[in-house]
Write a protein that binds this ligand. Sequence first.
Ligand SMILES: Cc1cc2nc3c(=O)[nH]c(=O)nc-3n(C[C@H](O)[C@H](O)[C@H](O)COP(=O)(O)O)c2cc1C
Length: 196
Amino acid sequence: MKIVCLLGSPRPQGNSSTIARQFLREAAKHGARVQTFDLHQLDYGGCKACYVCKGPPGKCCVNDDLIPVLDAIYEADTLVISTPIYFDGFNYKVSAFLERTNSYFQVDEQTSAFNSRLAPGKKLVFIQVQGRPASARKDLSPQFNQYFDWLGFKDKYLIYACGVNRPGDIKTGDDILQLAEETARNICLRRPGGSF
Ligand SMILES: Cc1cc2nc3c(=O)[nH]c(=O)nc-3n(C[C@H](O)[C@H](O)[C@H](O)COP(=O)(O)O)c2cc1C
């Protein structure tokens, strides 16, 4: 099991990263190989809409720090995206990453359909945290569910925390960390399940 994890918070000790690390620790105990990218340490931007990726050599031609991330996801069995909610959406680093995944699509010459170059059946773990309480939950997974399907992700797991603001608001023993551990076990032990 190879896991690629994207940390989307600019705060290394932020709540979304805390959940992601708990997930990764548990996965590593079950033999997973883990590669983590701290998106805010990388210099990259969004899609340039050049469409070079639609022809050969079939990859994004924007030569920046995101290319190794996009390449690593080809090799991953599971992708973890952890992100804070900013202004009811993703922050700019996570949004720019998502735009660049457009490069995974190729055009079928016969049908003009867009097909994913990613091997089908990868798993996705989507970790989102927000400061406002559960009554104002802004889960972005319904909005992206179909897109992740098109990319070829099969099992999709959501871990969502509300009402957390300061680093450390999520503490050892919290239910959400237990959910992260349980999700890691379910994935590593290849138990069925996982749908937003
Ligand atoms: C610029 C900015 C915008 C934010 N917008 C929202 C928001 O729309 N809704 C919300 O519930 N929390 C919002 N928050 C609070 C963060 O989601 C919250 O602090 C979260 O814990 C940050 O994630 P992190 O701990 O992983 O860094 C915002 C925080 C910042 C800095």
